[in-house]
Design a protein around this ligand. Structure first.
Ligand SMILES: [Zn+2]
Length: 282
């Protein structure tokens, strides 16, 4: 398989290109007059750096919304990468006990699950992760691309170091996994539901700055109302008013889906609203 087949892309708005990996994980390439920025890097299956360089000749800032490997593993193809310190620690944990191979195994599993035909994927085309240093991101950091600038908005919840990226001049925000029709807030690296709600309230105070919401997985885009709906869902969970449907994760039923999900779709809510979370009781 050549690199073109591991990715495809769509130009859907002015300077924004959406790159789709084989597991349908999404990255965004924002192209300004002087520089470009790649927000998230996919699962490291296929060389995302070469793919991006086929789309732009500009120098590229590489920014990760969070550390999960389906978004961060492609970053091992780049020499300079931005990530929050909280999530850099999360990736570092993978290497503390020489778990480099385990991470590669997870990527291979991801590739198999995504493609279901490992024969089509050359193991050589899967990145080999290594212990590395990141450039650290903080709330309010701005990346100037010339005519376009990106602002980093921290949003602890899905992970403690998750960020959203506001593309100011294009009135667009990348929510990533931080606010999704079925946001996972039940992970070991997640915050409490109360802290997640506080993060979303902070983002809501910037709601006048954007019209368009981009996600890191299907359904790819969301109405901006998703933010308010998830704030309400968090409040229902905190007040004990959620549907509390047991959710199996890693063989355990210790997590719950807050609002009933459409069985056929598997992600979207049964009642037609668009915000939902998976949480743990503690
Ligand atoms: Zn994630």
């Amino acid at each position: 398989m050549n690199r073109q087949e591991y990715f495809h892309h769509e130009q859907f708005y002015k300077g924004i290109i959406r790159i789709i990996g084989i597991g349908n994980e999404l990255c965004y390439l924002i192209i300004g007059n002087n520089k470009a920025a790649l927000v998230d890097t996919g699962a490291g299956i296929g060389n995302i750096r070469e793919y991006v360089e086929s789309l732009t000749n500009l120098p590229i800032y590489v920014i990760l919304t969070h550390a999960h490997i389906d978004h961060s593993a492609g970053s091992f193809y780049f020499s300079q990468v931005y990530l929050t310190s909280e999530d850099a620690k999360l990736l570092d944990l993978e290497f503390n006990s020489n778990q480099c191979n385990e991470m590669k195994n997870s990527l291979i599993e991801f590739a198999i699950a995504s493609n279901r035909q490992i024969g089509d994927i050359d193991i050589e085309d899967i990145v080999t992760p290594y212990k590395r240093k990141f450039e650290l991101l903080s709330d309010g950091d701005v990346f100037d691309l010339g005519n376009i600038s990106l602002e980093v908005l921290t949003c602890p919840g899905h992970t403690k170091g998750s960020v959203m990226i506001l593309i100011k001049e294009l009135r667009t925000i990348i929510f990533g996994d931080a606010c999704h029709p079925c946001t996972w807030v039940h992970l070991q690296e997640s915050t409490s539901v109360a802290d997640y709600r506080n993060s979303l309230l902070k983002i809501k105070s910037r709601e006048a700055d954007y019209d368009r919401v981009l996600l890191s997985h299907r359904p790819r885009d969301a109405k901006k109302e998703i933010l308010t709906e998830i704030i309400h869902v968090c409040e229902e969970v905190m007040d004990g008013r959620s549907d509390k449907i047991p959710f199996e994760f890693n063989g355990f039923y210790q997590s719950y889906i807050a609002k009933k999900v459409d069985e056929e779709d598997g992600i979207m809510r049964a009642d037609g609203k668009i915000g939902n979370i998976i949480y743990k009781n503690d």
